[in-house]
Design a protein around this ligand. Structure first.
Ligand SMILES: NC(=O)c1ccc[n+]([C@@H]2O[C@H](COP(=O)([O-])OP(=O)(O)OC[C@H]3O[C@@H](n4cnc5c(N)ncnc54)[C@H](OP(=O)(O)O)[C@@H]3O)[C@@H](O)[C@H]2O)c1
Length: 230
């Protein structure tokens, strides 16, 4: 019998991360997920018990990421697919109305979070010699808009971080910056308000995204990609 493949999903308590869980479970994957909301994490653990596992983890805290990744490696070995999905967006405002603390916070979560996940998981994945890491970028990692300069800065950084790390791995582990499209989630509502309702919801998106992610491999290393139709 084939051993279950493992997918790691950061930010699985809401939005896109949460919507992907049941689809991976239905495909026979083991899911390892994290988020900051401990109540929601406990609820996910009750709904999907072992071999799945869910852990409170703030990806901006290296010690949290180290503990989460150590638990993954101990329980499941090197993961097959890592979805660095967790992120925040700044409240709509021009840069000069964004405090230094808020700017640091978005950098810490959106850039340092995926970097920490890769730092703690890539050595084991490279040693095994396979796997895919998808770093969630955005349309706003490839073009800009008013009122979201801090978020744009982090998503442009995700593109560069992913493509340069892909050069480091040489494709032994594929590292891919991924624009998920535009989807009606808490994050989109923060930026678009009620207009977010005109976009597909997270469950609809996950039905297209999960089969797409499962097919990614070494040929995709370092290529900026987009979940189409979103
Ligand atoms: N929705 C869109 O249209 C859209 C468009 C382009 C790109 N994206 C990207 O897609 C990804 C998912 O977005 P979404 O719309 O699903 O956002 P969302 O609905 O706001 O959900 C974000 C998730 O990230 C988690 N999270 C936030 N900060 C975290 C931290 N410090 N540590 C761990 N988990 C954290 C949240 O859980 P907790 O609060 O429990 O921590 C939540 O589960 C993001 O990378 C986003 O930039 C989304």
């Amino acid at each position: 019998m084939q051993t279950a493949r493992t997918v790691v999903i950061t930010g699985c308590t809401r939005g896109l991360g949460r919507a992907m869980i049941p689809l991976f479970v239905d495909e026979g994957w083991r899911v390892a997920g994290c988020g900051r909301n401990a109540d929601q994490i406990a609820e996910l653990g009750r709904h999907w018990p072992a071999p799945h596992f869910f852990s409170p983890c703030d990806v901006s805290r290296d010690e949290d990421v180290a503990a989460f990744c150590a638990a993954i490696l101990e329980k499941a070995g090197p993961p097959d697919l890592v979805l660095n999905n967790a992120a925040i967006i700044n409240p709509n405002a021009p840069l000069w109305e964004t405090s230094a603390e808020d700017f640091s916070r978005i950098i810490d979560i959106n850039i340092k979070g995926p970097a920490a996940m890769m730092r703690h998981l890539l050595p084991a994945m490279l040693k095994r010699g396979s796997g895919v890491i998808v770093n969630f970028s955005s349309g706003w990692g490839r073009c800009t808009a008013a009122d979201v300069a801090p978020y744009c800065a982090t998503k442009y950084a995700i593109e560069g971080l992913s493509m340069a790390t892909a050069q480091d791995t040489g494709g032994k582990v594929a590292v891919i910056p991924m624009n998920p499209g535009i989807i009606d989630t808490d994050m989109l509502r923060s930026t678009f308000g009620g207009e977010a309702g005109g976009f597909p919801d997270a469950d609809d998106w996950a039905r297209r995204a999960v089969p797409f992610f499962i097919k990614l491999g070494p040929k995709d290393n370092g290529k900026p990609m987009t979940v189409t139709g979103g």
